[in-house]
Design a protein around this ligand. Sequence first.
Ligand SMILES: NC(=O)c1ccc[n+]([C@@H]2O[C@H](COP(=O)([O-])OP(=O)(O)OC[C@H]3O[C@@H](n4cnc5c(N)ncnc54)[C@H](OP(=O)(O)O)[C@@H]3O)[C@@H](O)[C@H]2O)c1
Length: 268
Amino acid sequence: MQKVIKMKFKDKVVLISGATGGIGRALAERLAHEECNLALFARREEALKEISKIIDTTKSTCIYGRCDVKNKQDVKEAVEITRKKFGRIDVAILTAGILVPNPIETFDSSIIKNTMEINFLGNVYFIEYLLPIMKAQKSGTIAVTSTLPDKRGVPGWGAYGASKAAVSWLMESLRAEAKQKYNVNFITIKPGSVETPMIEGYHRQGAIKPEKAAEIIVKGIQRGKKIIQFPLGQVLLIRTSDMFPATAYDMMPVDAQKGDGYPVIEEK
Ligand SMILES: NC(=O)c1ccc[n+]([C@@H]2O[C@H](COP(=O)([O-])OP(=O)(O)OC[C@H]3O[C@@H](n4cnc5c(N)ncnc54)[C@H](OP(=O)(O)O)[C@@H]3O)[C@@H](O)[C@H]2O)c1
C-alpha cells in the first residue's frame, strides 16, 4: 500500500476567513500549535484581536484584519496584506458564511442574493486573488467550506443550500485543472452539524464540537484529501438520501427536515 505523505503546517502561511466563527476560530487555535504563520480575517475586529492574543502565547505568529467578504476590495486587501507580511500564502481555509432561513410563505429573493454574495461570491473573490499567488508558487491549498447536504434541497433552507451547492460545483470544476496545471489543491469541506453560533437555536442531533471539526479538517488537509466530510454517521445518512428517487425524497416530512427552531410563519 502507498504511504500517504502528510503535509506539515510548520512554518506555513495559513489564511483563514471567518476566523471569529465557531469552526474558523477552532481552526486558528488548533493550527497555532503547529508553529505556523496565521492570517485571520472576519468583520469583528475585537474578536480577532482576542484570538490573536491567544495565538501570541504559542510558537505561531498571527496577523489579523477586518474583511467583509461581500466587499471584493476587502478580500483583495486581505490577500495582499497576508502576502506582503509573509511573502507567500500556502494554505487558505475559507469558512466565512451565514445561515438564514427563507420560508416559502415569505419567499424573498433578497435573502438568496445576500446569502449568495457571502457564501458563494465571497469565496469566488478569494479564489480570484489567491490563485495567481499559488500559480506562481506552483503550490498551495485552497479549502472552501460547503455543507454536507450539498446535493438535495432541504425544505426551508434553499438560500443556504443553493449557495453551498454552488461552492461544491465550483470546487469540483477547478480541482483537477488547478492540480494538473499548477500543483494547487482545491479541497471542499463538507461539515455536518457542528455546535457553533450558526446553528444556535436550531437543535441538531449528533452535532459535534468545533474543536473536533477543526481536528478533522486539519488532518484532512494534511493528508491531501479532496473532500473532507464529517461526522461519519451523518455522511452515511446524507449520501444515502442523495440516492433516493425524487418521489421517495419528497415523502420525507418537511417540518422535520427544517429542524427545531425553524421560524413558524403564519400566512395571512
Ligand atoms: N455549524 C454547522 O453546523 C455547519 C454545517 C455545515 C457547514 N457549515 C459552514 O461552516 C462555515 C463556518 O460556520 P460556523 O458554524 O463556524 O459559523 P459561525 O460560528 O456563525 O461563523 C461564521 C463566520 O463567518 C463570518 N462571516 C459571516 N458573514 C461574513 C461576512 N460578510 N464577511 C466576512 N466574514 C463573515 C463570521 O465573522 P464576523 O461576524 O466576525 O464577520 C464568522 O467568523 C460556514 O461556511 C458554514 O456555512 C457549518
